[in-house]
Design a binder for this molecule. Structure first.
Ligand code: GLC
Length: 669
């Protein structure tokens, strides 16, 4: 083994999180509050040790299994250095067993960190995550008023919060319409429940697909962060918060502690694309469960899961809104998780725009599809996550500068998207007549777009009434493809102006045959064909024209369409789409996607029993039946943000002439 590989192998250990239990605890009824108590107490400990200790669950063949050890035991154990050292060598020993389970298992523990944390200081070492937050030069410069530097203070706070959490959890009650479920809904619920993944006896997520006939599931047997969103909402709307809470806390543990792709570690704060619960043999009688995250280091194409952290924040807010249990988002470790994601997104780089700069395939479309740069989907999720974070971050000295940064970014981002991404007939006509090569602050054609770029199909396609936000914007480049997810989230989050949001739904209605056809909804329109397909996808045989990401139809988009329609008071459109889906989903065995321009055929390589297809359908049905709950999941126009933007435009300070001055009209309602 060359030295680099050896280091990578050792570096892996602390991403498979575990703590050894002292004795066998019998499983209890999972719904009992005592089990909850054990579980959350242990999560709380792990929170203090975030990235320091590991996380595992041991199952003994002589007893049903272990819950996590009690907090008291862990505390006494970590207080003696000798036992800590023993634990370190034991863990290092176990690590060799792990190698056979996944090639990715070898890639990530930082030996130095490990020693620094376990041996040099044990629990009295300042949690490194908190250290990073307080010392962040980019955004969160100020001291955290909660004294997160002091682990003891953190523990005390956590103990207090714990009690509150448990009380709240018992109170959680969601009132949903009691309408009798149809047979189709019953089938969908049965399938969704059978996709649930357990870890240490608790539900923690749902697999991406649960197709018994699939002999090569690749990573579809993992829990994907983005795929779990509709599952989470379905469970929340049904009044079952536990799985969502567990998911949020477990993925928080996985958040980018030490991950590496070959010899490089991406930024702290990244959430994995997916994780798998693996069972590892300890000795003859015992096996243990470990969480094995994938940050893209095993993913096809090594794509970066930029959207995972954004979805995590969106889910966290939804959990609070629907269950009323706000204590989860108030926890110190959860607050830290939000800050880490925000810091990563808000870090300074070479960017000229307020939109987030990403590589290709960093979102739902997780393959090469020419969506590198500033794709709309990421911008819409980023905007939503910024709004969620601003709402959830505890207001104190420690979060003041971050909240300020969030506000500034929100207003700049919404201006940028509203002004430069929007196209309708009028705008296309403007672009058609653009002058080019303008050098000045008040250029009209700021991005130097050559009018020849307007694709011929668009001139025909754009309806008189309505418009949409384009897929991407870069210097001298507008990607005019219509991307569904980004447009729907712009409506849901109010990234678009109220008029633009209305225009987007008008366009979907006017172009129903193209965007809905036989199966809702088209992921993007139109497909890349011929030479463009060859150049842009790199001749990807999975993304052939009108298939998969390249113009395929994805039923999971139904719930986001439903949410957007409810927000814009166009529920009839959503009902029509749901009715279409209902005709085929069960008969077709809940496919992942459909092919052809009108979505007529089950996708060439489509998985069956795809969980987010099932959960998306259920969520749509429940949102339509309970529109008042839907209103907890969308955002209205934020007039304060507009104020900030208008102030910036009118500002006399700085440069003599604001380059945005000419463009005030779009951002105003
Ligand atoms: C495909 C999709 C991705 C999804 C994954 C699991 O890779 O492109 O968005 O998360 O499958 O379903």
């Amino acid at each position: 083994m060359n030295p680099c590989c050896r280091v990578l192998f050792i570096r892996r250990i602390n991403s498979l999180l575990w703590v050894s239990p002292p004795k066998c605890h019998q499983y209890r009824n999972l719904n009992s509050s005592k089990t909850h108590l054990d579980f959350y107490q242990n999560r709380q400990f792990l929170k203090i040790q975030r990235g320091i200790s590991g996380f595992r669950c041991v199952i003994d063949s002589n007893c049903a299994g272990f819950r996590m050890p009690s907090m008291g035991w862990i505390r006494s154990r970590v207080s003696t250095e000798v036992s800590i050292q023993r634990e370190v060598s034991r863990i290092l020993g176990v690590a060799s067993n792990m190698r056979q389970y996944s090639t990715s298992v070898e890639t990530r523990v930082n030996e130095n960190n490990f020693e620094r944390i376990y041996v040099q200081g044990g629990i009295s070492v300042k949690p490194p995550v908190v250290e990073r937050i307080d010392g962040d030069e980019n955004v969160a410069k100020e001291e955290d008023g909660n004294n997160t530097n002091n682990p003891r203070a953190v523990e005390d706070k956590i103990d207090g919060l714990n009690e509150g959490i448990l009380e709240n959890l018992n109170d959680v009650e969601v009132s949903v319409s009691n309408k009798e479920e149809s047979n189709l809904e019953k089938e969908a619920w049965r399938l969704l429940r059978s996709a649930v993944v357990s870890y240490c006896g608790s539900p923690v997520g749902t697999v991406a697909a649960n197709d018994p006939g699939d002999k090569l599931p690749l990573n579809y047997d993992q829990v994907f962060i983005r795929d779990f969103v509709p599952s989470a909402l379905a469970f929340l709307l049904k009044g079952e918060g536990e799985i969502v809470r567990n998911f949020l806390l477990h993925t928080l543990q996985l958040q980018s502690w030490e991950k590496t792709v070959d010899c490089y570690s991406p930024g702290q704060g990244l959430m994995p694309a997916s994780f798998k619960v693996r069972t590892v043999a300890l000795d003859e009688n015992k096996v243990e469960e470990v969480l094995d995250p994938d940050f893209g280091e095993s993913a096809i194409g090594r794509v970066a899961p930029v959207d995972s952290g954004l979805w995590w924040i969106i889910m966290l807010r939804a959990y609070g809104k629907i269950t009323g249990d706000y204590s989860l988002q108030e926890r110190v470790d959860v607050q830290t998780g939000i800050k880490l994601i925000m810091n990563l997104c808000l870090a300074d780089g070479f960017d000229m725009f307020p939109s987030l700069l990403v590589t290709d395939g960093s979102c739902m479309i997780d393959r090469r599809m020419g969506i590198h740069g500033h794709p709309l989907e990421i911008q819409a999720l980023f905007y939503t996550a910024l709004r969620c974070s601003r709402e959830m971050l505890s207001s104190n000295e420690g979060s003041k500068s971050l909240v300020r940064a969030i506000n500034n970014r929100l207003s700049a981002l919404s201006f940028h998207i509203r002004e430069y991404y929007w196209v309708d007939m009028k705008k296309i006509n403007e672009i058609y007549r653009y002058k080019t090569e303008e050098y000045s602050l008040d250029a009209i054609n700021k991005f130097n777009i050559y009018p020849e770029q307007i694709p011929p199909w668009l001139m025909e396609w754009i309806p008189e009434d309505g418009g949409y936000l384009i897929g991407n914007l870069q210097p001298a480049h507008m990607d005019f493809r219509f991307f569904m997810l980004g447009n729907l989230w712009s409506v849901v989050s109010s990234l678009g102006t109220p008029k633009q949001n209305e225009g987007i739904l008008n366009l979907i209605e006017a172009k129903w045959d193209d965007l809905v056809g036989h199966m809702p909804l088209k992921i993007c329109f139109p497909a890349l064909e011929n030479e463009t397909w060859r150049i842009i996808t790199g001749s990807d045989p999975k993304n052939t024209p009108w298939s998969y990401h390249n113009g395929g139809s994805w039923p999971t988009l139904l719930w986001q369409f439903t949410l957007a329609c409810i927000k814009m008071r166009r529920t009839e459109l959503a009902s029509k789409a749901v009715a279409l889906a209902e005709k085929r989903l069960s008969a077709d065995r809940w496919p992942e996607y459909y092919d052809t321009p009108s979505g007529k055929f089950i996708g060439k390589q489509s998985r069956l029993f795809q969980t987010w297809t099932i959960a998306g359908y259920l969520t749509s049905k429940m949102l339509l039946a309970n529109p008042e709950l839907a209103s907890l999941l969308f955002w209205e126009e934020d007039y304060e943000l507009l104020e900030i933007c208008i102030c910036a435009l009118n500002s006399k300070g700085g440069r003599k002439k604001c380059s945005r001055g000419a463009a005030r009209s779009q951002i105003l309602v």
